[in-house]
Write a protein that binds this ligand. Sequence first.
Ligand code: COA
Ligand code: MG
Length: 353
Amino acid sequence: MVTFLPAMWGLDAPLARGKPYIKCYSNFSASDWTHGAVVARLAQKSKGGHNGIMTTLDHHPARLRRSVLCVPADNSRALAKVRQLAADAVIFDLEDAVAPEHKGEAREALVRHLSKNRPDCEVVIRVNALGSGFGQMDLTAALAASPDAILLPKVESPADIQVAVDWLAENDAPESLRLWAMIETPRGLLNVAAIAETGRTFGGRLDCFVVGLNDLRKETRVPAHAGRTYLVPWLMQVLLTARSSGLDAIDAVFNDFRDADGFEAECRQGRDMGYDGKMLIHPAQIGPANEHFGVDQAAVDEARAIIAAFDLPENADKGVINLHGRMVERLHLDQALKLAAKADMIEKRKAKP
Ligand code: COA
Ligand code: MG
């Protein structure tokens, strides 16, 4: 039965959404996983009048994810600080940051904390791996705490996403609940394209990749050097596959939280690689991350000029225009709209008391 799994990692894997992989093992043979059969099944499941299965990639909600702070769920002093901090997203961690003997108490503390002190930002809970013995209890606690997303650690195949999707469906999780996936093992990296594919459909919950370089360095034995020379190809691989499915991508943590210059250099590198933001471990890293993964005012002004130019009646049906001696196409308009929307989100966030 296990030999069937690789078939899911090919073209049909993303289309397998909606069919629990465990049930696949018992109910389906490899020959059932033809493109047509899976498309037909998903067509039955498609909602909201969408006739296609492979939908536009823009079904992912646009979120600001410049700074993604990790907080150990059993650290009451850190938990108490979160609401005063300006992180775009907070990952409440039940996994690596919590010792095995504290997992139960961390779960309870987190549910209690979020019921009274939910921060005004995207709320993410990182659970332990579903096969770890803690995973189910973590998922149950996470559902009780109503986060915006659940972060799955050490995702290595589409099946890891599918198990979580199935568990959430069986436990009546709201459709708005998203999944994030940590890519932090050699197998996860090798399968990252197939994992990303699970985020392509409307039914899919996968929304964001987070790169875990501490685990990846440990597993691959690539040493930690400034500049991350030999890790950059993998970082770009994750970025590319995330974009192929319209996912966001969050760069890895920088451990030396007292080294402000080193941190800023790595933020610049992450931004230049195309990442949306950085996973953080300390409040001191939030400000610089918000700045480096923010928007450049000159670029926003230019974006607004492009939007205004295409809004002119004489340009309404043009695919390409001359803007101050430069060719501007509708693809630039798309980029301009996204950048202006991001700038608006940042402004709104600043305006909050
Ligand atoms: N979130 C919220 N507050 C935090 C925080 C975090 N991630 N990290 C530190 N703080 C708070 C501390 O509680 C402290 O406040 P306090 O004096 O009121 O207790 C203040 O910020 C200054 O902290 P500092 O003394 O500089 O560091 P520390 O020794 O308390 O903590 C770490 C250092 C690394 C242990 C801590 O930052 C941490 O646990 N980070 C997250 C680690 C993690 O989640 N790892 C897993 C993912 S990689
Ligand atoms: Mg890890």
